[in-house]
Structure formats: C-alpha cells, structure tokens
Design a binder for this molecule. Structure first.
Ligand code: NAD
Ligand code: UGA
Length: 466
C-alpha cells in the first residue's frame, strides 16, 4: 500500500513527539495529529513554541521545521481518519478507576472509542496501529470492534509499541534501540507490517526494526517496562539495606553495574520511580497474570510496585524522623515536581506522594520546579487529597500551606529542610553559601536523587540521602 497520509489519534507525550519525528524524517508523508481536546490542539498550534503542551528537549525545533508543512494538529478526527492509510492510536490507557479490575487493569475506553470512530468514518482499507501500551490480546478486541459493521473495508491491526522515555524522547526516536512491529502472519498482515516498516526505514537501520506476531509485540512492551522498573526497585530496596549497614548505595550500584552481564543503566537509586507508565503497566501485568491463573507471577511483579511505594514513604519518614515527629511550624523546600528531569510531566511523580505525607504531618512546603506550571502542581496535590476522601475544607487548609516558588533561590527562605525530589541539572550545582545566607538556620538536606556532591557541600550542612 502506498502511504501518502497518516494520522495519529492522541496528541500527548507520545503522539506529539513521535509524529513530529515521522514528519521530519518522511517529508513526503502528510502527518495529521488529532485529539479530542481543543485546548491541547490549540496549544500545539501556538505560534509561541514555548507554549506547546509537551516540554521535551529538541521538540520545538522540529515543530518549527515541519508544522503546517507536512505536520498538522487538528480536532477534525473524521477527516483525519477518512484521509489516512495508516491510523496510529496513541491515546492514554490509565489504570481503571472503577469496575472490574479497579486500580489494576488498563482502562481501554479511549482505545475502544477511537476504534468505533474509525469504524464509523473509514471508507477504504486502513492499517490501524496500536501505539498506546495495551494488554496482550487487545488487537483481538480492536478487530472485533472494527469489523462489527457491514462496511466493505478491510482493517489490519498492528502493534507498534513506543519505547521512548520522556526527557530524551527526541534522542530516543532518532536513534531507537529497536522499533517493534507486530502483525498477523497472514498475507495481508505481512503487507501491513511491510508498509509500516518502510516508514521507519527512512531513518532507522534495518537491523533495528524487529517484526513479530502481534501478541509478542503487545507483551514485549509491558515486559520491557516491568523489567526496567524492576531494576529500579531492586536498587532502591538495596538503598534501604545500605542505610542499616553503612554500605554506600552509589558504590554498590557502581560495583553491580560494572558486571557487563548486568550493565550500569537503570541502577540509579531514587525516591522511587514516577511517570504515567511504570506503575500502571506493571499493575496491568499483575492483573493479566491473575486473569491467566498465574498467581506467583502476579505476586512477583506486584512486589516491584510495593517496593516503590515503600521507597517514597521511607524518604518522607526520613524527613519526619529527623525534623521531629510533628512538622507544625516546619517549612520544607521541595526541589522538583516533574517525575524526572527534562520533562513538564508530573504524573505519578514521587513529589506528590512525599508532599502529601509531609503536609499531613503539618509541614509548610515551598515547591520549585523549572517546568511544571503552578496550577498543575496544585491540581496534582488536590487530586491526590481527593482520592483519599478529604473534604473541601480540609483540602483548602492543606493547600494553604503550599507555596509555589518562581525563583529557585527564593525557595530557601527560612526553611528547616531542603528535599531534592527531581534530578534537574540545576539542583546539582546549588550555591550552598548563598542558601546559607538566605535561611536563618542551616537546613537539613534530604537528597532523594543522590546528586549533591559531598565535596562541594560546606561542612555545617547535614546531608541525608535516600
Ligand atoms: P497523554 O495523556 O499525554 O496523551 C493522550 C491523548 O489522547 C490526550 O491528549 C487525550 O486527550 C487524547 N485522547 C484520549 N482519548 C481520545 C479520543 N477518543 N479521541 C481523541 N483523542 C483522545 O498520554 P501519553 O503519555 O502520550 O501516552 C499515550 C499511550 O502511550 C499510553 O498508552 C502510554 O502508556 C503509552 N506510552 C507513553 C509513553 C510516555 O512517555 N508518556 C511512552 C511509551 C508509551
Ligand atoms: C519509561 C521507559 O524508560 C520507556 O522505555 C517507556 O517507553 C516509557 O516508560 C513508557 O512506556 O511510558 P519514562 O517513564 O518516560 O520512560 O522515563 P524513565 O527514564 O524510564 O524514568 C521513569 C522513572 O524512573 C523516573 O521517575 C526516573 O527518575 C526513575 N528512574 C529511572 C530511577 O529512579 N532510577 C533509574 O536508574 C532510572
């Protein structure tokens, strides 16, 4: 099939960057990114490139080159479906918040709704590509929806999971470790795989494009995220061990990672992994394991999430035990709200959970993040408090103890402690002498990312690491 136009339903952290890179690398293909959110599409079309909805190094430069040339952002889902030969689905698939599988299974309502729209508007053959992370065997459900009309249109469903990490998305998309395309082993399935592979061949070396059956591709995505998160929970569990034994977690991590069979990536101890995917994908894997009667497998993966919860709580408790059980009249500077550096995404950020515990113990907090907007920080906190069934009055009281700071060094005014939650580069090189001057006392430093250099830190500071 000759591909002239592709579209992507979902203009989020995946749809935006992946389609921008396809548009850049395939100038002859028209790429339309659609979303149900008018506000988001308006932001993607903003002339001020600092206002596009995703902050990602290198992204705005690409948008500048291709937007309104062969990359278009639109809310006209109908026309985009009608005009495209390939339709990517990059909608969000969060954990379900109600019904069967609540808090564990993936909520597929956005995927199913998109499939129903494709069924409705498609007037000729389409290749539908799962870009969202989905439970294994979702393609079956998609085919069921797509073919449940009397239209004489053929749909081929492929799984092409996305492996980019936020903060390095453009780098990851330019030089992917691998691109995975799964499809049916029928002749039309093979043709569809070929069409999609051809697009990636514009910039990805052939030996890095893997093809498989559709179920393997779906499962490989969940499994990759689970394996990555498992390494973080493994190293974080050892950081708790180090605290009891005076072993140094960075030295341990370094020694483990020097073994080429293990490798040194994803062994950075932290206050716990955040982001919209690791937790929900592992919980989905746990749910699916149980569904298939694999109780031991479910328990194994569940432990990765439990250690992550434990690590966040352990960090908050470290602060509380050092400052005194009651934090009334204590002010803490919280550095970083994004779930990792170089993104404005704060979904499931450890900062949300740690702040909640500190606030519940009576603390006042100053929050600084270079990319996450103030409203988003307050929304994250409010949503978390709502989950825990607090009423409006209680929520207002708690939020009144949160101050969002615009200039980094204003954060340290009269604070009792500084807690580092995100590893933004600017937090590696803090001017400790200046901080000492702005605060009336020498604050404790709680380093949840192990980025403070002991050598550069004046002796009077008390540094406590996760
Ligand atoms: P996101 O929330 O940033 O974006 C999803 C977008 O889809 C939203 O803008 C939403 O409005 C839109 N949408 C939902 N239903 C729609 C519908 N019916 N019609 C039109 N638009 C609709 O989500 P994301 O972070 O981009 O993740 C998308 C998927 O990709 C998820 O399954 C996720 O697990 C997976 N993934 C994410 C990342 C990442 O780094 N964020 C990486 C790899 C894979
Ligand atoms: C992760 C995967 O790395 C991607 O391959 C995948 O495509 C994506 O999830 C997804 O499916 O959404 P992302 O969550 O964007 O990407 O970022 P990571 O770099 O994986 O970091 C996740 C969390 O783990 C962050 O909070 C980070 O600070 C933390 N982390 C990471 C550690 O605590 N230690 C490490 O060694 C590495």
């Amino acid at each position: 099939m000759k591909i002239n136009t592709i579209c992507c339903i979902g203009a989020g952290y995946v749809g935006g960057p992946t389609m921008s890179v396809i548009a850049l690398k395939c100038p002859k293909i028209k790429v339309i990114v659609v979303d149900k959110s008018k506000e988001k599409i308006k932001a993607w079309n903003n002339r001020d490139l600092n206002k596009i909805p995703v902050y990602e190094p290198g992204l705005k430069e690409i948008i500048k080159k291709v937007r309104n040339k062969n990359l278009f952002f639109s809310t006209d889902i109908k026309s985009a479906i009608e005009d495209s030969e390939i339709i990517f689905l990059a909608v969000n698939t969060p954990s379900k918040t109600s019904g069967k599988g609540k808090n564990m299974a993936a909520d597929l309502s956005n995927i199913e709704k998109s499939a129903r729209e494709i069924r409705k508007y498609a007037n000729n053959d389409k290749i539908v590509v799962e870009k969202s992370t989905l439970p294994v065997r979702t393609a079956e459900r998609l085919k069921e929806i797509l073919t449940s009309s009397n239209k004489k249109v053929h749909f081929e469903v492929l799984s092409n999971p996305e492996f980019l990490a936020e903060g390095t998305a453009i780098k990851d998309l330019f030089k992917s470790d691998r691109v995975l395309v799964g499809g049916d082993e029928t002749s039309s399935g093979k043709k569809a795989i070929k069409s999609l592979v051809k697009i990636y061949e514009n910039w990805i070396p052939k030996n890095k494009i893997l093809t498989s059956n559709v179920w393997s591709a779906e499962l490989s995505k969940l499994a990759s995220n689970a394996m990555l998160a498992q390494r973080i929970s493994s190293i974080n569990s050892l950081s708790a061990f180090c605290q009891k034994t005076e072993a140094n977690i960075l030295e341990v991590s370094n020694a483990i990672g020097a073994d080429s069979r293990i490798g040194n990536k994803f062994l950075q101890p932290s206050v716990g992994f955040g982001g919209s995917c690791f937790q929900k994908d592992i919980l989905n894997l746990v749910y699916l394991s149980k569904f298939y009667g694999l109780e031991e497998v479910a328990e194994y993966w569940h432990q990765v999430v439990k250690i992550n919860d434990y690590q966040r709580e352990r960090f908050a408790k470290l602060i509380i035990s050092n400052l005194g059980a009651q934090l009334d009249k204590k002010r803490i500077a919280l550095l970083g709200w994004a779930f990792k550096k170089d993104t404005n995404d704060s979904r499931e950020s450890a900062s949300i959970y740690v702040s909640e515990i500190l606030l519940n113990h009576g603390a006042d907090i100053n929050v600084y993040d270079p990319q996450v907007p103030s409203e988003q920080i307050l929304n994250d906190l409010e949503n978390r408090l709502l989950v825990n069934n607090l009423n409006k009055k209680e929520i207002d009281e708690i939020l009144s103890r949160v101050t969002i700071i615009k200039d980094l060094y204003d954060c340290f005014n009269k604070v009792d402690a500084i807690a580092i939650l995100t590893e933004w580069d600017m937090f590696r090189d803090l001017n400790w002498r200046k901080i000492k001057k702005t605060s009336t006392k020498t604050p404790y430093i709680f380093d949840g990312r192990l980025i403070v250099s002991k050598k550069k830190l004046p002796k009077e500071f008390n540094l406590i690491t996760i």
